[in-house]
Design a binder for this molecule. Structure first.
Ligand code: G3H
Ligand code: 13P
Ligand code: ZN
Length: 309
């Protein structure tokens, strides 16, 4: 099956109330671990590359490795640009065969975000590519901010409706309290599901995207720390909250940090346990397996996209 856009998988996710995992890719082992897990679960999957990933792996290698993955499976796979910063980056990915791009105009004011997003949407749609946009600020929520400034970071449901109408974007990333990386919450994990519900009421047919949605799986953090890492106090979004988000209408859940932890934990373990070993395959193989297991768990137990291919 050729690469697909996210259109059909999102339609199915909204109708049947499950979420689709969007996993960040940077190299061959990560791509293989993710695709093998999605294939095993017969789940649709989104492979997403950030600008950093494209700089690291080089765009031709990424697209060719994804092409190779497609030849080994018949599940729907979309190739997506994560956090495209400007029109030129989105255009480069569209011209290179990506089927979906994100234009992240969240750092701009409302009107500038609309203008930039619309420009990307026009070019993408002409080329059969779909566009994810972002509204709201995905900053970490500190314990000591006051309510007014805290509210200012979240997506405004009324603005969301206007934003989607005026830009024609295909999906919308919203801010409800998640943040990128391994340190998402100081105290209890807290997400504003009330805002998600309001956005969904205003935009019942728009797929909603959750960034910064890694669980920061405690076992993986422990493993990193046990074998020489130093990641104290890391905390993510609990599985139950992600499950709830999927039920409430989130169609795409972004995961990068958990894959980084899985890979790093296994490599650290291999280095400590086999200091005389220097064949990269001996540590990259368990790392790839850890990616596979992490993705399989998310698809099967949290996002509920098993057998939705
Ligand atoms: O949201 C960001 C992703 O985790 C990608 O991170 O820009 O370091 O590749 P990166
Ligand atoms: P995490 O850092 O929580 O994995 O989020 C990844 C992400 O949102 C990629 O866009
Ligand atoms: Zn993100």
């Amino acid at each position: 099956m050729p690469l697909v856009t996210t259109k059909e998988m999102f339609e199915k996710s909204m109708k049947e109330h499950f979420a689709i995992g969007a996993f960040n890719v940077n190299n061959m082992e990560i791509i293989q671990g993710i695709v093998d897990a999605a294939h095993e679960e017969q789940s649709p999957v989104i492979l997403q590359a950030s600008s950093g990933a494209i700089k690291y792996a080089r765009i031709n290698y990424l697209t060719k490795m994804v092409e190779a993955a497609l030849q080994e499976t018949n599940i729907p796979i979309a190739l997506h640009l994560d956090h495209g910063a400007d029109f030129d980056t989105c255009k480069m990915c569209i011209d290179s065969g990506f089927t979906s791009v994100m234009i992240d105009g969240s750092k701009y004011d409302f009107e500038e975000n609309i203008e930039l997003t619309k420009k990307v949407v026009d070019y993408a749609h002409k080329n059969g590519v779909v566009v994810e946009a972002e509204l709201g600020k995905l900053a970490g929520i500190e314990d000591d901010v006051n309510v007014a400034s805290e509210d200012a970071k979240y997506t405004d449901p009324n603005q969301a409706e206007e934003f989607v109408r005026r830009t024609g974007c295909d999906s919308l990333a919203i801010a409800i309290g998640t943040s990128h990386g391994a340190y998402k919450f100081k105290g209890e994990a807290k997400l504003r599901f009330d805002i998600l519900e309001k956005v969904k009421n205003k935009l019942p047919n728009t797929p909603i995207v959750l960034h910064g949605a890694s669980t920061v799986i405690p076992e993986l953090v422990e493993m990193c720390n046990k074998y020489g890492g130093n990641i104290p106090g890391a905390k993510g979004v609990p599985d139950e909250m992600l499950h709830e988000a999927g039920k409430l209408g989130v169609s795409k859940i972004n995961v990068d940090t958990d894959l980084r932890l899985a890979m790093t934990g296994e490599i650290r373990k291999a280095f400590v346990e086999n200091p005389s070993e220097f064949d990269p395959r001996k540590y990259l193989q368990p790392a790839r397996k850890a990616i596979y297991e992490t993705v399989k768990h998310k698809i099967h137990d949290v996002f509920c996209s098993t057998n939705k291919a």
